[in-house]
Write a protein that binds this ligand. Structure first.
Ligand code: NAD
Length: 471
């Protein structure tokens, strides 16, 4: 049994003032694997106080010192990669191949930001003005469970690179991963108070971070509903706010695409991170005249995705993180059936041969219209919709007809055509014939997928404010 009973404030591991015990589960078998003692409002306030005290000195540190700190943090997190991988599998249920990537990513985002910082000029001359980019103050960083360690490290890297100090509120469902990352980051030897990690509930610790006058900036990744609450809460003190929220990303398969390549790639885009990905390509747009070919190939290819034991290297789809999440996904599958979509693969209930755990059958609906609930709302599970279009203009209209705008995919054998289309899609990122990530490029959403950008210089500048001195 895991017992996580400490939080990290002012460079020390302390027992939270909060007394609530929160159960942790292994989603692959639905067994309880431990408990975390949650921080409360008072803990959040203590953490903010520590970060505020640390800010004046840390904000004035030379750039080289912060580059060095980020590199030490990178080395520290990299040294616990194996432990972190195991925790991600046990506590979150990511398939082993994904979990390995996630643990590496948690370390690499720190090094990526060290390199961005190294190249970044904080001062520039504009006419008679000297413009300096100045750190905002204390940052509140709030993470979700679907990539908790990666978001802790990524948000912290950008905040510290800028010279901000931070209070992190990780997802309460990811406490084992957080404990491993916290111990590693502590080893990097930063001054006390520069970062503080308080695992607690959103309604308590998260709410303090989004309202407290001493928090200058909130960077949040999570659901659109909570993002809106944070924006409203932060308005009173005019906090700078970055929101990375949900998505309903289109995958445009153009009529010139080689379906043998496009269909497997579309499924990978849709089923990544067991479908629990804000960037998942969940609306697959295909030319109407190729629907029969698409459906036939899709059935063949979906069968290659195995949902099951995350420790089995053959598994590509792990369980949903919680019973609540499993029920939500099941409900959407039911709604898809009721609204008249054609169930091409998967469906309700547990995958064949699985008797326990929060597993979902890899599910693809066809003949979906873009107005159906399953095409409009974020499901956050391995449930995809095939929608047909008659021509490129219609494809574009459907792609953009969504409240979201986080990511889009174009699969085509005509690069120029794909690029021309990419220019007209309302999404923060458009991936053409690739599923690759580029850590130097900005990441974030148009429309209700969020506000602001993370990664690279754009991510760094989200923690900075320009000041002009004229003489
Ligand atoms: P969530 O919004 O419920 O929770 C996210 C975090 O916010 C958690 O730490 C939670 O405790 C906290 N929180 C909850 N209520 C709060 C409040 N009132 N004030 C402050 N904090 C509060 O989301 P989740 O269920 O953990 O994660 C899934 C969602 O995250 C999905 O909708 C997904 O699209 C989104 N997501 C987005 C991205 C992105 O980069 N755009 C990445 C991953 C996940």
């Amino acid at each position: 049994m895991h017992q996580v009973d400490q939080i990290y404030i002012n460079g020390q591991f302390v027992t939270p003032h909060g007394e609530e015990l929160f159960d942790l589960f292994n989603p692959a078998n639905a067994r309880r694997i431990g408990q975390v003692r949650l921080a409360d409002e008072q803990d959040a306030i203590s953490a903010i106080r520590a970060a505020k005290q640390a800010f004046p000195a840390f904000s004035r540190t030379p750039k080289a010192e912060r580059v060095d700190a980020l590199k030490r943090m990178h080395a520290a997190v990299a040294s616990v990669e194996t432990q972190l991988t195991e925790a991600i599998i046990e506590e979150y249920g990511a398939p082993v191949s994904r979990a390995v990537w996630m643990a590496k990513h948690a370390a690499s985002v720190l090094l990526d930001m060290a390199n961005v910082l190294d190249d970044y000029a904080f001062t520039r001359r504009l006419g008679i003005a000297e413009v300096t980019l100045q750190p905002l103050g204390v940052a509140g960083l709030i993470t979700p469970w679907n990539s908790n360690a990666g978001f802790i490290c990524g948000k912290l890297a950008a905040a510290l690179a800028a010279g901000c100090t931070a209070v992190i509120k990780p997802s309460e469902m990811s406490a084992i991963q957080t404990a491993i990352v916290t111990r590693a980051l502590h080893q990097a030897g930063l001054p006390p108070g520069v970062f503080n990690i308080v695992t607690g509930r959103g309604e308590t610790v998260g709410a303090v971070l989004s309202t407290h006058a001493d928090i200058a900036k909130v960077s949040f990744t999570g659901s659109t509903a909570v993002g809106k609450q944070i924006l409203r809460a932060g308005a009173e003190t005019l906090k700078r706010i970055t929101l990375e929220l949900g998505g309903k990303s289109p995958v445009l398969i153009l009529d010139d695409a080689d379906l043998q390549k496009a269909i497997p790639m579309a499924l990978q885009a849709g089923f990544m991170n067991s479908g629990q990905a804000c960037i998942a390509g969940t609306r697959i747009l295909v030319p109407a005249h190729r629907l029969a070919d698409v459906e036939a190939l899709m059935v063949e290819e979906v069968a290659k995705f195995q949902a099951g034991d995350p420790n089995d290297p053959a598994t590509s789809i792990g369980p949903m993180v919680s019973l609540k999440q499993w029920q939500r996904v099941q409900r959407y599958i039911q709604v898809g059936i009721e609204e008249g979509a054609h169930l091409l693969a998967g469906g309700p209930g547990l995958p064949e041969g699985i008797g326990a755990g929060w597993f979902v059958r890899p599910t693809v609906f066809s003949r979906v219209t873009n107005q159906m609930t399953i095409a409009r709302e974020e499901i956050f599970g391995p449930v995809l919709s095939i929608i047909t279009y008659s021509d490129e203009e219609e494809a574009l209209t459907i792609a953009n007809d969504t409240p979201y705008g986080l990511q889009a995919y174009i699969l085509s054998s005509a690069p120029q055509r794909a690029h021309a289309l990419a220019a007209r899609i309302d999404a923060g990122r458009v991936l053409i014939n690739t599923l690759a990530h580029e850590p130097r490029a900005p990441f974030g959403g148009f429309k209700q997928s969020g506000i602001g950008r993370e990664y690279g210089t754009f991510g760094l500048e989200a923690f900075l404010e320009p000041k002009s001195v004229l003489s």
